[in-house]
Design a protein around this ligand. Sequence first.
Ligand SMILES: Cc1cc2nc3c(=O)[nH]c(=O)nc-3n(C[C@H](O)[C@H](O)[C@H](O)COP(=O)(O)O)c2cc1C
Length: 163
Amino acid sequence: MDAIEAIRTRRSVRKYLDKEVPKELLETIVDCGRLSATARNEQPWEFIVIVDKELKRKVAEQTDNGKFISEAGACIAVVCKDTKYYIEDGSAATQNILVSACALGLGSCWVAGDKKPYCASILKLLNVPETYRLVSLVAIGYPASIPSPHKRSLNEVLHWNSF
Ligand SMILES: Cc1cc2nc3c(=O)[nH]c(=O)nc-3n(C[C@H](O)[C@H](O)[C@H](O)COP(=O)(O)O)c2cc1C
């Protein structure tokens, strides 16, 4: 699958098959995350791949809208040093993770993230140093079903030269 097709077909998956995700695929996905665009090339990110079932369940239960993380084969926590552009950098890395997972035939879903009250407890659970922020938790696994949410059309959002 090429990049355009992966970007066009990627959807947030919240139902997963009970099937392990091979370590090599998770490494490829993190490799795509760490190659993202990053302001001033700071690369403030670290990626924690959670495959331990009990730990994944504990992470899932801290969230409000991410309980399905416990059913996914893996969860990647994207954490960043508190730099000026950490949200943009961590978000760029998260999007690369979503797209690369899709290209590898996997489903994924971005679970917030920086503005959630559970950030501190998840960072603690994962032994992340206090100077880091949680940008996202990404559930990853083999999809049991793929939703098709409404998308605004290209005509509606594309403006040439002026709004
Ligand atoms: C910053 C951010 C936070 C999100 N947090 C959650 C979340 O906590 N739980 C969830 O199920 N989906 C979450 N999503 C996924 C969105 O709900 C999803 O991207 C949106 O509905 C569009 O659907 P699509 O990804 O299938 O195109 C989040 C997405 C973003 C970008």
